[in-house]
Design a binder for this molecule. Structure first.
Ligand code: FES
Length: 73
């Protein structure tokens, strides 16, 4: 069974304003399992996402997909 990486998309106040909910919805629509996360204290780089322990600033679907590819390589 492949290891499932936890993807969190911050839904804190700043990320909420900067597209966090839309990013989470897009990932879900693409079948990428992600969940809502709390503020990471990196609000100036919103929207923030986290794959495991690694934070992704100004997160987009493309950035997350690239990071997932790199991790599985
Ligand atoms: S609100 Fe998202 S990192 Fe703070």
């Amino acid at each position: 069974m492949p290891h499932q990486v936890l993807i969190e998309v911050c839904q804190g106040p700043e990320c909420d304003k900067c597209g966090g909910p839309k990013l989470l919805a897009e990932l879900t629509m693409l079948g990428i399992a992600a969940q809502a996360g709390h503020c990471q204290g990196l609000c100036h780089e919103a929207p923030m996402a986290r794959i495991g322990k690694r934070a992704i600033a100004d997160a987009t679907v493309d950035k997350i997909a690239i990071r997932l590819e790199q991790q599985s390589a």
